[in-house]
Every structure is written in C-alpha cells, then in structure tokens.
Design a protein around this ligand. Structure first.
Ligand SMILES: [Zn+2]
Length: 116
C-alpha cells in the first residue's frame, strides 16, 4: 500500500472514531452526522418548513402552501444547507433518506473547515 493511501486510511479511521465518540457534544436536534473531507460536521436535523408541493412532491403543486415536518442538513464547514431538487427547491426534505443521502454526497465533496 502506498504511503499516501496508508495515511489516508489512518485519517479516515480516526475521523470515524472521533465521530462515534463525540455524540455527547452534538447540538440539540441533530439526528445524524457526516464528516466532510477535512473533518467538519455535516449535521442532519428535523426541519419544519413551508412547501408549495403536494405530498407527491414536484411537479404536483398544492392548492395552497402548507407547513410540513421534514428534514434538512447543514455543513458546519462551508455553511451550505440542503434544498430538495435542483429546479423545484423546497427549503427542506420530506424524506429523511433523501436528506441523509444529499448530506452524505455533500460531505464527500466539501473541503471547507470554518474558523471557530
Ligand atoms: Zn460543506
């Protein structure tokens, strides 16, 4: 195994162990946490938001906007947060699996680490 791969494997294992042992310090309401490429948390949390779509989602417009319980994620490295869909943006996700998958995808691309 090349030295760079070996070091990367050690860093990944250390990040996993750190994430598992630091759940006590998580902000209230955080349901799950991913770490971006430099170790900044990407937190999944519950989120109540107003949607203009029916429960079927875009492109099924509701008769009027309604408030729903859902989920969202926020990256504490770069400040980004989730928006469901590229075209029909809702300020949250109705399905936890969708929110978690997008949070994970962001964590796998993001290299930002904000100053404390
Ligand atoms: Zn980020």
């Amino acid at each position: 195994m090349p030295a760079d791969d070996w070091i990367a494997a050690i860093v990944r294992r250390a990040k996993r162990q750190l994430a598992m042992t630091e759940t006590i310090g998580w902000p209230e309401g955080v349901l799950a946490r991913a770490l971006n490429l430099v170790g900044a948390p990407v937190d999944l949390h519950g989120h109540r938001f107003i949607t203009t779509w029916t429960s079927a989602g875009p492109p099924h417009a509701a008769d009027r906007p309604c408030e729903v319980n859902g989920f969202n994620w926020r990256c504490l490295g770069c400040g980004s947060y989730g928006r469901q869909g590229d075209t029909y943006n809702d300020p949250g996700y109705r399905d936890r699996r969708d929110a978690q998958a997008d949070a994970q995808a962001h964590a796998e691309r993001c290299r930002f680490l904000a100053a404390q």
